[in-house]
Design a protein around this ligand. Sequence first.
Ligand SMILES: [Zn+2]
Length: 253
Amino acid sequence: MPLPITSGHPEDDIVEQYAMNRLAAENLAAFEEHLLVCHWCQIRVTEFDDFIPRLGAGVRSLQLNKPGLLRRPLMKNVFISHGGPSITHVRAVGDLLSALGLTPVVSIDMPNLGLSLQDKVRKCMRICRSAVVLATPDEEAPAQTARTRPNVEHEIGMLQTMPNIGNRIVYMKDRKVQFPSNYREKAWIPFDRNLISESFVPLVKELRSFRILDAAVVGRMTALLVKRDLRQEQGWTLPGLGDADELGSVDTK
Ligand SMILES: [Zn+2]
């Protein structure tokens, strides 16, 4: 599932004008349409955002009228933190996010662009407004351990310092994983890597609380679930899912 990167990216001055909230009408609509399907240009916008604080106060005040954190094309991006060679459960979560109208962002799907792994991960996180952590045991550690992969622990630390993510992080861990005491206080959603769909209901409930789901999408999905046995048709199910009111949603438009 490679990140959508289109050819024919807009010029730097268009990106700059967008970052400064100077695009309007058709130009704004055209650029946001491109932005929705181009994670590379999303990264370009966030890099310009990083540069703006160094510009003059007049320029900054223009941007403050509409902070970069609220940009519509980036609201739906959800960073997925995971470790280890097995990614079937990562794809299953990505499919669920897509079905909910969200966009999963997985750094291994991103072209390297000559970046270090750390830079690549950071850039992927910067274009997201929420994150799902999938902590699994470190199976490649020299001795058997209940700790998760070091990169996952590191990415949790990075996510917690990102203002664009805030506290919109869903923590999920394999039942075998144990964390150092400073991590234990969090509410972890337990999962089994081979039965990840059994943990989808608490995951959806967390996402709902982030106010990033469209009411229409949630309604359609709920209707689908009520009518069909998804376990049979698609191999996964959302047990215990109630009606649309129970699932809840917020229209972000
Ligand atoms: Zn582009």
